[in-house]
Each structure stands twice: as structure tokens, then as C-alpha cells.
Ligand binder design. Structure first.
Ligand code: ADP
Ligand code: MG
Length: 259
């Protein structure tokens, strides 16, 4: 049965209160407090500050795992002197909480290797640091998943993981041809998120004008882009591919199409 903790069973009580960091640190900190004649108040503050910091870190680790990023890249790792079509300042409102609170969507287009996925991941990662949840998916995965669900009449349930997260990244790699109802399911995701005021970060290797063709439906293609761009921005990345930056500029033509 649930034993009441004994008064001196500090370890057991901290376990019961789910304070693992206080539990781990308090013996050493109490010794230090005695040595340094730390006030009781300071001792408590240090212990709880550590507990909160550790909890925040645990949450970030868990959220990053849930987001399913293909790789982890941060905005600090992006070389804006190499990719000059976008400046850090232009990305300001995507890196703060207003990304989510004001539903600022962003579309990054441009040829492969220009840093589209890097920036999308970095923005979503920053949102996680700001306390939000994020999910990364490819257009291929999302369309395949939802087309199968629609065929089995379970689209509503299948939409949930794409509509629920505060931030959704859709990475379009531009070389596959999509299912015939691609535009329909994509429209559902974009529209459901729009109605809930939740932002999206979309990357595409295609110029936006080509998106309708790719999705076999020009009108729906526009209906998908409109809500994204209404409160969002479109960045066209250009310049040379970062992947082959060490090669001769002429060699850009040799770049493989895979993103
Ligand atoms: P894209 O999605 O446009 O095809 P990626 O974002 O996948 O390109 O970039 C390819 C690789 O090059 C990634 O490892 C990315 O981190 C790196 N990269 C691209 N552009 C930059 C940049 N300006 N600064 C630093 N790394 C970059
Ligand atoms: Mg990419």
C-alpha cells in the first residue's frame, strides 16, 4: 500500500514529487552551501533552478525526437554570406514566438543544395526551444499517408498528426510525381491548419508557379498557396549549391538532382 514517507526519507519524497534533479544534486549542494555559508533561500533557488533547466532540456530532447527531422541544423550554423538571398534579419519573425502566435508561414523555393531544408529545420527547432511542438514531413510521405487513409475512409484521424503540431514543415523534393488526389489531401492539411491559425514551413525545388502542375490541379495549387502566403513570406534561394561549394563554380551543372 502507499506508505507515507518517513520524515527523514528525503530521497523517497523527492522521488515521489518527481524532482530527479533536486534528488541528484542536493547532497553535494548542501555540502557546498555549508562550506560557502550559502543562505537557505539561495540553496533552494539553486536546486529548483537546476530542476527547471533540466526539465526544459528534457522537453526539448523529446520534442526534437517527435519532430522527426532528417538532420539537425540550427540558424547559427547557416552561413548567410554564402546564401545571400536571405538575411538573418528577414527571418526574425520566424525565429521568435510570433511564428506560432501570429501564424507566420514561410515558403522556401530554389534549386537543390541552397539551404531550404536547413532553414526549415532551423526554424522548427527554434520553435521547439521557444516551447512549441513541431513536426517535419516530406510532401511524399504526407501525400502517400493521407491518400491511403482517404481511400480507407479514415482521413480525419490520419490528418491529426499533421494538423495538431504548432509548426509543420513540409519538405517538397520536387522529383516525384504525386498521387492523383495529392492536391486534395494537401489542401485539407493546409486549410485545416489555416483555420486553426497554425503556421507551416514549406520547401520546394520547384518554382511556385509549377506547383499546380505537380499536383495535377492548378486551381487547388493556388488554393494551397494562398493561405500560406496570406500571412507568410516566400523566399527564393539562389546562388551556388552548398553541397558542392568546394568545386569549381562551373561544376554546378554536375549537381545531382536529389535533395
Ligand atoms: P536544399 O534543401 O535546398 O536542397 P539543404 O538545406 O538540404 O538544401 O542543404 C544541403 C546541405 O548544405 C545541408 O547539410 C545544409 O546544412 C548545408 N547548407 C546549405 N546551405 C547552407 C548555408 N548557407 N550555410 C551552411 N550550411 C548550408
Ligand atoms: Mg531539401
Amino acid at each position: 500500500m502507499n506508505r507515507q514517507p518517513l520524515p527523514d526519507d528525503l530521497d523517497g519524497m523527492l522521488r515521489r514529487l518527481h524532482l530527479p534533479t533536486v534528488r541528484r544534486l542536493h547532497p553535494e549542494l548542501i555540502l557546498r552551501a555549508e562550506e560557502e555559508q550559502m543562505s537557505y533561500r539561495t540553496l533552494l533557488e539553486v536546486l529548483f533552478t537546476e530542476e527547471i533547466a533540466h526539465r526544459a532540456q528534457t522537453r526539448i530532447t523529446r520534442s526534437v525526437r517527435k519532430a522527426k527531422f532528417p538532420f539537425l541544423r540550427t540558424i547559427e550554423e547557416f552561413d548567410f554570406t554564402f546564401q545571400t538571398a536571405v538575411r538573418l534579419k528577414m527571418l526574425g519573425s520566424f525565429l521568435g514566438p510570433e511564428l506560432v502566435t501570429e501564424a507566420r508561414s514561410a515558403v522556401f523555393s530554389g534549386p537543390p543544395g541552397r539551404g531550404k531544408t536547413h532553414l526549415a529545420v532551423a526554424i522548427a527547432h527554434r520553435a521547439i526551444q521557444n516551447g512549441f511542438g513541431a513536426r517535419f514531413t516530406t510532401a511524399d510521405e504526407l501525400i502517400g499517408d493521407l491518400s491511403r487513409a482517404a481511400a480507407d475512409a479514415r482521413l480525419e484521424d490520419a490528418l491529426e498528426p499533421y494538423v495538431h503540431p504548432h509548426v509543420l514543415v513540409i519538405d517538397e523534393r520536387g522529383y516525384q510525381s504525386y498521387a492523383s488526389d495529392a492536391a486534395n489531401v494537401l489542401y485539407r492539411v493546409v486549410n485545416d491548419r489555416y483555420l486553426k491559425g497554425r503556421p507551416m514551413i514549406v520547401t520546394t525545388n520547384e518554382p511556385l508557379a509549377a506547383l499546380g502542375g505537380l499536383l495535377h490541379d492548378g486551381d487547388l495549387g493556388e488554393a494551397i498557396l494562398d493561405p500560406l502566403l496570406e500571412r507568410g513570406s516566400h523566399f527564393v534561394l539562389r546562388g551556388r549549391s552548398y553541397r558542392i561549394r568546394h568545386l569549381d563554380p562551373e561544376a554546378d551543372d554536375l549537381e545531382p538532382e536529389a535533395a
